[in-house]
Ligand binder design. Structure first.
Ligand SMILES: C[S@@+](CC[C@H](N)C(=O)[O-])C[C@H]1O[C@@H](n2cnc3c(N)ncnc32)[C@H](O)[C@@H]1O
Length: 308
């Protein structure tokens, strides 16, 4: 049986109080964030928090997860400002720090899922993902780097694909994705598989009707090879959703995109083209200012495969 806690703002309020207990500086930011939550956001966020509580996590722990991302991002932003590049540039440097560090990776992924409600840029990307997701197409859905599993869960809730596959290099991400999908908290999902492997070395035998890769390109040394592999795995009608970021430091971001045009060039060189794009400037600035001042920009793309 699942928690009987009511789906209401109260569990969200309790989380906010826990965050403010350890980081008072978030006070104004979080007050604004909560104000902008829609009724359906409140419902889903409460449901996610209650799901976490059912996993024996506490709101105090979830607050620490969120705070870890806030503080790590701040530290990495200072480094980036001083040096003009991300702190790490190879997978080897971040493998043991992040992907294979179960405690850190769990906190990072729960924190990241929470930011999809509390950070306006992440909330906008989540909304774009839902809007763009084909609702009636069938076939095979592949997600590269599902991480916390929340987006994959939403794809399973809102689409009609017949088979879902998630591929993630981190054992912790594989576990978290399996947990959310098998919890039956968000639906009775059965037609899925989650594999632990590096997308680049994985040898697929199928083509895919949908490929989703959220926030992975900036985590890899050779992003173009990822896009080329996606092109090889898809056909002209496949739905391809990719997100990444520009000048956006984080502990495990190792590939620096400096301009939106760098990504557009890479997409083109990989045999793909941009159908739709969402560019989100840094808080309260324009895209031009964000680019010029090297402030973080989020980008979400719907791509098509160029006919051979
Ligand atoms: C920042 S998380 C993104 C989670 C989620 N997709 C989102 O958009 O919030 C990046 C995920 O990509 C995974 N990842 C990184 N490199 C990978 C690779 N070479 N192959 C498969 N997964 C990878 C990480 O383990 C992590 O779970």
């Amino acid at each position: 049986m699942h928690s009987t806690r009511p789906l209401s703002i109260s569990v969200i309020d309790e989380l906010i109080q826990e965050i403010l207990r350890i980081n008072k500086l978030q006070s104004n930011f979080l007050a604004d964030a909560v104000q902008t939550l829609s009724k359906s956001d409140i419902q889903l966020f409460s449901q996610y928090l209650n799901y976490c509580l059912d996993q024996q996590l506490t709101l105090g722990y979830l607050a620490k997860c969120y705070d870890l991302i806030v503080k790590d991002t701040f530290t990495q932003q200072l480094y980036f400002k001083r040096h003009g590049h991300y702190k790490h540039s190879s997978y080897a440097e971040v493998e043991s720090l992040v992907y294979r560090n179960a405690d850190y990776m769990s906190m990072y992924m729960y924190g990241l899922a929470i930011t999809t409600f509390l950070w306006p840029n992440h909330a906008q990307m989540k909304q774009f993902f839902k809007e763009m997701l084909p609702k009636t197409q069938s076939g095979r859905y592949l997600e590269i780097g599902p991480g916390h599993g929340f987006h994959m869960m939403e794809a399973m809730q809102h689409s009609q694909y017949d088979q879902f596959l998630g591929i993630d290099i981190s054992p912790t991400s594989v576990l978290l994705t399996q947990k959310i999908l098998s919890s039956h908290y968000f639906g009775q999902f059965e037609n899925y598989d989650i594999k632990e492997c590096d997308f680049l070395t994985w040898e697929p035998s199928d083509q895919y009707d949908a490929v989703v890769m959220g926030e992975v390109l900036e985590h890899v040394e050779q992003p173009q090879q990822f896009l080329q592999k996606i092109a090889a795995l898809t056909h002209g009608n496949s739905h391809i959703h990719v997100t990444t970021c520009i000048n956006s430091p984080a502990i495990d971001h190792i590939y620096l995109f400096k301009h939106a045009q760098d990504i557009a060039n890479m997409v083109k060189a990989s045999g793909l083209y941009i159908k739709h794009q969402l560019l989100i400037p840094y808080q309260s600035t324009t895209l031009a200012t964000s680019e010029q001042d090297k402030l973080p920009i989020n980008i979400a793309l719907i791509l098509g495969k160029v006919d051979a």
